[in-house]
Design a protein around this ligand. Structure first.
Ligand code: WAQ
Ligand code: MG
Length: 269
């Protein structure tokens, strides 16, 4: 990418509750179209018409950008969300999260991690051993921002994802976010599923496991979702971590692999 790059962030809310958001880094020539596209997306979000939409455009200093490779994607097919949640727990444990904390994180997202069981705007930060929540403001959480693919990387990845049946915009966005999270100091794993009532797929991502997509992590119609980032708080300076997640610009310039689908459901065992 040449010329100036801009971080474009959108967030939409309704009566103070998060409705949707997005974060991109694009060339100056794309900024106007992108802000229009993201505003349109916000106004047509599946979970309620927002009464506020904010778009923020900020120039990114080229020297500040880190360039990385995207994580590999593994597709896990499960028969229902219960199996999905079991698998998610197994994967979190493999990544170093204690069994009890993995279960606690799943329950937290299932009942709504924000105050009064609402959806949070950002992610929970959770200690992998004690389950203690470390984010400062529980309604907001930590919003991972300032990450995207280079235009070449996007052009290479999009047809591959579409060919694998993964053409939904949520896949690329989640993969990019998980990619940035996995490079963060002290992160051991991430758990995520959408707050979109119709989008039931989620994932566990971890440095050693890559992006482990799980076909169902909630029931259709469920409006709750969220993200939990697990850290080893003995190794982490929280301020350094949050600064990296929110502020440090990251671009992915190389795609990862898309690994063959695995049937994890008991019907297929
Ligand atoms: N930083 C931190 N947390 C975020 C961010 C962010 N930038 N964006 C969303 N969240 C949190 C917030 O609590 C949302 O309610 C929750 O995550 C879900 O966000 O098929 O679409 O945008 O491979 O609804 C994953 C599977 C889809 C994709 C996730 O999340 C696939 C998704 P959503
Ligand atoms: Mg959403």
């Amino acid at each position: 990418m040449e010329g100036s790059l801009y971080s474009v962030r959108m967030r939409a809310s309704k009566r103070g509750c998060h409705v949707c958001g997005a974060e991109r880094i694009v060339a100056e020539s794309e900024v106007v179209k992108l802000t229009a596209d993201l505003t349109r997306r916000a106004l047509h979000a599946g979970n309620g018409k927002p009464d506020e939409v904010h778009c923020t455009v900020e120039r990114v200093a080229a020297e500040a950008i880190s360039y990385f490779r995207l994580p590999d994607i593994t597709i896990n097919r499960v028969d229902d969300y219960r199996e999905g949640r079991d698998l998610a727990e197994q994967l979190m444990v493999k990544a170093g999260v204690s069994q009890a904390v993995a279960g606690q994180a799943v329950s937290l997202l299932a009942r709504g991690a924000g105050p009064d069981g609402q959806v949070m705007r950002g992610a929970v930060i959770m200690d992998m051993a004690s389950g203690q929540r470390l984010e400062e403001v529980p309604a907001r959480g930590v919003r991972v921002s300032r990450m995207d693919l280079t235009s070449n990387c996007r052009a290479e990845l999009e047809p591959l994802l579409s060919g694998a049946g993964l053409g939904h915009r949520r896949v690329i966005e989640a993969l990019t976010l998980a990619g940035k999270v996995m490079r963060a100091p002290g992160i051991v794993a991430e758990l995520c599923w959408s707050d979109d009532p119709l989008y039931t797929t989620g994932y566990v991502a971890a440095p050693q496991l890559g992006y482990q997509r799980i076909s169902a992590l909630k029931e259709p119609g469920d409006p709750l979702g969220g993200r939990v980032l697990f850290v080893d708080s003995r190794l982490v300076d929280l301020k350094e971590l949050v600064d990296y997640l929110e502020l440090r610009p990251v671009l992915f310039e190389t795609i990862g692999q898309i690994l063959p689908a695995q049937d994890r459901g008991t019907d297929h065992a």
